[in-house]
Design a protein around this ligand. Structure first.
Ligand code: CP
Length: 306
C-alpha cells in the first residue's frame, strides 16, 4: 500500500535533487538529438486535466505516444463529475483501468499528490493552481542548456522572471531549479505582483532594466487567478514591465527571451518579438516533448525523487 505523501511521481521542484535534475536535462537533450526512447509498449497514461491547457496536455500526449504508451485523455466536460461524482471517486475509477501513469492539472494546489495517495499510481504534476509546474521548469532549463552549450555554462547567469510572479506556479518551480543550476534569479515587477514567499538569494526589482540580465523570462498576467479587488492598470504595467519593441531595442545578441506560454501578445510582450533571434519561445515548445519523455521514463523506472 502507498503511504499518503510518499512520492512515486513528480509533484514539486522542491524535492528534486540536483543529480536528478541534471540527469533529466541530459536525457532530454539526448532524446532531442535522436537517441532511442525507452519502450513502454502496452502501458496506459491517463491525462486528467481539470484546467485548460494546450501545450502541456498535447506535449504529454505526444511524449507518452513516442514511448509506446497509449495516452488516454480524460474529458472532464463530459464526465460524471458533472453529475456530482467526487474527484476522489473519479481518480479511483480511472485507476481501475490499470494506468501506469497519471498526468494531472488542476486549479487546486496538491491534486497530483492526492491522485497518487488515493490510487498508488505514479502521477506527474502538470500544473496545480498557484503552487508548482515542475515539468515546465525542467523543459525551460533544458532549453537554456541547449542554447548556452552546457550545464556548467548556466552557472552565474542572471535571469529576470518578469511580471505576475505572485500568481505564477511556473515562477515558483523555475526559481528553485534555476538556483540548483547556479543561475542567479531576480523577480521583476510591481510590488503588488511579488510573491509572499521568500526564496533565498532572489533579488526583487521594481524597474525592468533589460541590459542587466542574460535571460528575460516573461510571465503572462494571470487574471484568472486574481482575487476579488485585484486589478491592473494595463497602460502603466506595459510602460514599466512589458517587453516592448522599444525596450527590446536594448537587447544584446547574447541575451535570450523566454515565456512559458500561452502568450498574451501586446500585454507582456509585443507580438513580433516572439520570433526574434534572441527568442527561445518556440524552441521551449519543441523541447517540451523531449523533456516530458525523459520525465515519463524516469517516473516509470522509479528513478525520480520529486
Ligand atoms: N505553459 C503551459 O503550461 O501552457 P498550457 O497552459 O498551454 O499547458
Amino acid at each position: 500500500m502507498n503511504l499518503p505523501g510518499r512520492r512515486l511521481g513528480l509533484h514539486s521542484s522542491t524535492n528534486l535533487s540536483s543529480e536528478n535534475l541534471k540527469s533529466l536535462i541530459n536525457r532530454s537533450l539526448e532524446l532531442s538529438r535522436g537517441a532511442d526512447p525507452r519502450s513502454f509498449s502496452g502501458r496506459n497514461a491517463i491525462l486528467a486535466f481539470f484546467e485548460s491547457s494546450t501545450r502541456t496536455k498535447v506535449s504529454f500526449e505526444v511524449a507518452a505516444t513516442q514511448l509506446g504508451m497509449v495516452a488516454i485523455n480524460f474529458d472532464i466536460t463530459g464526465s460524471s463529475l458533472s453529475k456530482g461524482e467526487s474527484i476522489k471517486d473519479t481518480a479511483e475509477t480511472l485507476a481501475s483501468y490499470d494506468p501506469s501513469l497519471f498526468v494531472v492539472r488542476s486549479k487546486e494546489s496538491g491534486l497530483s499528490q492526492l491522485f497518487e495517495d488515493w490510487t498508488s499510481v505514479p502521477t506527474i504534476n502538470a500544473g496545480d493552481g498557484e503552487h508548482e509546474h515542475p515539468t515546465q521548469a525542467i523543459l525551460d532549463l533544458t532549453t537554456l542548456v541547449e542554447r548556452f552549450g552546457s550545464l556548467d555554462a548556466l552557472e552565474g547567469l542572471q535571469m529576470a522572471i518578469v511580471g505576475d510572479v505572485l500568481h505564477s506556479r511556473v515562477a515558483r518551480s523555475l526559481v528553485q531549479l534555476a538556483s540548483t543550476c547556479g543561475i542567479e534569479v531576480s523577480f521583476v515587477g510591481p510590488e503588488s505582483m511579488m510573491p509572499k514567499y521568500i526564496f533565498p538569494n532572489v533579488v526583487r526589482h521594481s524597474s525592468f532594466e533589460v541590459e542587466r540580465y542574460d535571460v528575460l523570462y516573461m510571465l503572462r498576467i494571470q487574471r484568472e487567478r486574481f482575487s476579488e479587488g485585484e486589478s491592473l492598470e494595463v497602460n502603466k504595467y506595459r510602460s514599466r514591465f512589458s517587453l516592448t519593441k522599444e525596450r527590446a531595442s536594448h537587447i544584446r545578441r547574447d541575451q535570450v527571451v523566454m515565456h512559458p506560454g500561452p502568450v498574451f501578445p501586446g500585454m507582456e510582450i509585443d507580438a513580433p518579438l516572439i520570433d526574434i533571434d534572441n527568442s527561445l519561445i518556440r524552441r521551449q515548445t519543441e523541447v517540451s516533448i523531449f523533456a516530458r519523455m525523459a520525465i515519463i521514463e524516469a517516473v516509470l523506472e522509479g528513478s525520480i525523487d520529486g
